[in-house]
Design a protein around this ligand. Structure first.
Ligand code: ASP
Length: 342
């Protein structure tokens, strides 16, 4: 008899695991171990499901690198016993956590699928059931006994995306996420349509490894017209600062101001990497295209190319955590490590 895939569901918190108290209308977490009782449809899936949960489930606004390590450790501990993992997570910071996990889980050869919902699982009009059921199906997808997905994905509203390409784009619509620079890996209609040529293909011979060192003394700075030079200098003078991400205009442009370029030159001299990502939801940084970015390029600012801000934050914490600096940091940041950039 063929063995059914064994899937581990990990609940970290968020709306998906909540029900409304009938009397008061208040939202509360339900006992996650009772999941199969609440969604008996799960028993119809062609896989076995086990569940585990953060001891104290959290709203994902409280997520931080410490919790990312907790989550990665749960996957590490259970890696050999399961064929796939589904992580239930609040949607607010799901793109950050899933991007971080994509870097932390090296040589991943099993699916890790993040999902959540806009409405609680106990709500009549909930999107949670479809998101959960299809995420489990995707985590259980196999071809010739091997998982089809071997990367960190994010499933929401009929689409599986590469997680480190996603951004939360809507606080209201069921279609809460988008991936503007990379097409969906799977679309769910009557059938699951898998775009095989878009999938990450890990070398199955390489050993799975979990990187838990993350450096969070970094700064993410969004450019806006009228940014004050004193404030800019003050923030960047922080002595413990380890890395800076500039969210720039369009294809990587900043005001053509000596105070700004001088400060960036000083940072780079201090050995602090400065990464340029665009604040546009889609498209890429291309330093040198305009006069307003050529200065950054000459100073040695790192191009984030078409990376999302979420993935840039995760990648910077990960690379700094690996004690990578200088030229190697620039080279590695500008190289796609987990399909996060072109
Ligand atoms: N604030 C919630 C969270 O991110 C929203 C959600 O669950 O989607 O945890």
């Amino acid at each position: 008899m063929e063995n059914k895939p064994n899937i581990l569901l990990i609940y970290t918190g968020g709306t998906i695991g909540m029900i409304k108290e009938f009397e008061t209308g208040a939202l509360r977490n339900f006992n996650f171990n009772d999941l199969l009782k609440h969604i008996p449809e799960l028993n119809l899936l062609d896989c076995t499901i086990e569940t585990t949960s953060f001891e104290q489930p959290i709203d994902s606004s409280n997520m931080n690198p410490g919790y990312w390590v907790d989550l990665a450790s749960i996957i590490e501990r259970n890696y050999s016993d399961f064929d796939g993992f589904v992580v239930l997570h609040g949607s607010d910071t799901m793109s950050y956590t899933s991007s971080a996990l994509s870097f932390m889980l090296e040589n991943l050869s099993k699916p890790v699928i993040f999902t959540g919902s806009q409405l609680p699982i106990g709500d009549l009009r909930t999107d949670a059931k479809e998101n959960l059921i299809t995420s489990i199906q995707i985590a259980a997808l196999q071809e010739k006994g091997k998982p089809v997905i071997r990367e960190v994905g994010l499933y929401f509203e009929y689409k599986l995306y590469r997680a480190n390409r996603t951004t939360k784009i809507n606080a209201e619509h069921f279609e809460a996420f988008d991936s503007l620079n990379y097409p969906p890996l799977i679309e769910s209609g009557v059938h699951l349509t898998v775009q095989k040529d878009l999938l990450q293909r890990s070398n199955l011979k390489k050993k799975f490894k979990v990187n838990k060192q993350l450096e969070s003394k970094i700064l993410l700075l969004k450019m806006f017209p009228g940014m004050d030079s004193d404030t800019f200098n003050y923030l960047l003078d922080y002595p413990q600062l380890k890395g800076v991400i500039l969210e720039t205009y369009g294809s990587g442009n900043v005001p053509h101001q000596p105070w700004l370029l001088d400060k960036i030159a000083e940072l780079i001299e201090r050995g602090i990497p400065v990464v340029n990502v665009t604040q546009c939801a889609g498209g890429s940084v291309s330093m040198g295209l305009y006069e307003t970015s050529i200065g950054l390029k000459r100073l040695g600012v790192i191009s984030g190319k078409d990376i999302t801000t979420e993935a840039a934050v995760a990648k910077m914490m990960y690379l700094l955590g690996q004690q990578i600096s200088g030229v190697s940091f620039k080279t590695l940041f500008e190289t796609s490590l987990r399909g996060e950039m072109q």
